[in-house]
Design a protein around this ligand. Sequence first.
Ligand code: DP6
Length: 349
Amino acid sequence: WVRMVTAQTPTNIAVIKYWGKRDETLILPVNDSISVTLDPAHLCTTTTVAVSPSFDQDRMWLNGKEISLSGGRYQNCLREIRARACEVEDKEKGIKIAKKDWEKLHLHVASYNNFPTAAGLASSAAGFACLVFALAKLMNAKEDNSELSAIARQGSGSACRSLFGGFVKWIMGKAEDGSDSLAVQLVDEKHWDELVIIIAVVSSRQKETSSTTGMRDSVETSLLLQHRAKEVVPKRIKQMEEAIKNRDFGSFAQLTCADSNQFHAVCLDTSPPIFYMNDTSHRIISCVEKWNCSAGTPQVAYTFDAGPNAVLIAHNRKAATQLMQKLLFCFPPSSDADLNSYVIGDNSI
Ligand code: DP6
C-alpha cells in the first residue's frame, strides 16, 4: 500500500524584513518580521508526500529532479514531524500505521514550484511550509499551524510565515530552544482584500548570494544591522500592526518602502557588500516614489527581497491599473531593460 497527501502553499512577502539570525541551527532571528501571504493561485508550491512499506529510503524530487535530503534543514523538519506522528487508520484502504511504526517507515516527497526557484521570490518559504504541513497531515500530527510554523522555521526562516494567509507576524521569541519563535496570523486574507500585488520579474536568474550566506555576513560585519534590530524594527512592527489593523495605506506604504530600503542598506553595510538590486530595480523605485509624491498620498508600496525583482503593492485596483500603465511606459516591451511583469490578479492576498 501507499498513503499519500498533497498540499499547496503560497509564498509570502515580508513588509518588515527578517535579516539576521541569533542561532543558525535552530534558525532564530534577530528581530520580529511581518509578511503578506499571496493568493494560493499564484506563486505557490505543491508537495505530495507518500509513505509505503516498500520504500527503502527517504527520497525527494524538486521540480522533477531528485535532490538530496541529507541537508540539516530537511533532516530537522523530518525529525520534528516524526516525533509528533500519531496513529493513522484508513479502513477503506486497509492501512493501519501505529505511532511507533513511523520511525521505521520511509517517505517519498515530490515538490513543484510554479515560479523560478531561488530568484529572490521566496521559494524556500513556500517549499518548507508546504513540506511540513503535508507531512503533518500524512502522519496525523495534532499540532496547530503556529506549532507547525516553529518546525517550518527550522527549514527556512521565512517559511514559518507561509502557514497562514493574510498578514502574518513571526515573533522572534526569547527561549534558547526556539520554542517561542513562531508565526501568528495578524488578520486574515479578507481583512484588506482591495490590495493588489504585482511582481515585476526583473530577472529570474538564480541570485548570487543566498539569503543564508548574506545574512550571516551581515550579522558578522554590519553595525547598521545591530541598530536596525534593536532600535528600528521593534517600533516599526508596532506601527505596521496599527497600519494593517486600520487599513491605513499611507502608513503601510511608508513603512514597507522604508524597511525594504533599510534592509538593502544593511546589505551595502555588509563586508563584502551585497548588491541584490540592479539598475532596473532602482528605476522602479524612482518611478514609484515620483508617482506617490505627485499623487499627494501613496498609491503603491515597493519591497525587494534578496534579488532584483520588485514586489509592488497597490492600494486598490485603480492604482494597480495605473501602475501597470506606468511600468509599461517606463519599460516598453521593446526596451533593453530585462523586465517581464507578472500581474497577480486583483484579489491577490
Ligand atoms: C530577504 O528565509 O530565505 O526574504 O532562514 O536562511 O532560509 P533562511 O533565509 P530566508 O530569508 C529571507 C530573507 C528575506 C526577508 C524576509 O522574507 O523576511
